[in-house]
Design a protein around this ligand. Structure first.
Ligand code: CO
Length: 209
């Protein structure tokens, strides 16, 4: 239980340090949140949203799952996206993968990991789509890292294909979707330059209206 008690000790000193620098901080936040960003990232403990982009509580809405997936029928992720876009009216959706992602690697390696392999089938779909590009790389480490990037690009597209994002654009709401990849080695984010700013960047097959 010592490990758990430590967390409460940490929490008290964290709350106290925030109050020391801004006495009204928690009171202001308790009344409302108005984040401009939705972060969709990996559950990996080394990729914490707020710390990486230097934002305080209240400044980024967060959804994390294994391998930062946006699956068309995942009501957990879709509910977060809908609340963020329709109610909080975030201006930016950030899909953030990371190099050396264990989920992406597990999908790539074809092992037997139980139930989670069904979730990772969505990464496999990305691997299958880009198999010739991946085959041309030097080794499996390079292939996994490239698959981490390609997975982000694919999930950015999935965000844009939702009715949620397309309806927001249709009613004139300003919203862009960005794809980034984080390096565990140096703590830096890389912009994959696959940002989408409106429906004209979406394939006709997926476009609503
Ligand atoms: Co990961």
């Amino acid at each position: 239980m010592k490990a758990i008690k430590q967390l409460f000790d940490n929490n008290r000193s964290w709350a106290q340090s925030i109050k020391t620098s801004d006495p009204d901080f928690f009171e202001k936040l308790a009344n409302q949140q108005s984040p401009e960003y939705l972060w969709i990232g990996c559950s990996d403990s080394r990729v914490p949203a707020n710390q990486i982009i230097g934002l305080l509580p209240g400044e980024v809405f967060v959804h994390r799952n294994v391998a930062n997936m946006v699956v068309h029928t995942d009501f957990n992720c879709l509910s977060v996206l809908q609340y963020a876009v329709d109610v909080l009216k975030v201006k930016y959706v950030l899909v953030v993968g990371h190099y050396g992602c264990g989920g992406v690697r597990a999908a790539f390696e074809n092992g037997d990991n139980g139930l989670i392999d069904n979730w990772l089938r969505n990464v496999k779909d990305v691997q299958f789509r880009y198999q010739s590009e991946l085959a041309a790389l030097d080794d499996d480490d390079a292939r996994v890292d490239r698959l981490c990037e390609l997975n982000v690009v694919s999930q950015v597209a999935n965000v844009c294909h939702t009715t949620i994002v397309q309806n927001a654009w249709a009613r004139g709401q300003k919203l862009s979707v960005h794809g980034w990849c984080y390096s565990l080695r140096d703590g830096l984010l890389r912009d994959l330059e696959c940002a989408v700013f409106g429906p004209d960047q979406i394939s006709d097959a997926y476009r609503i209206g």
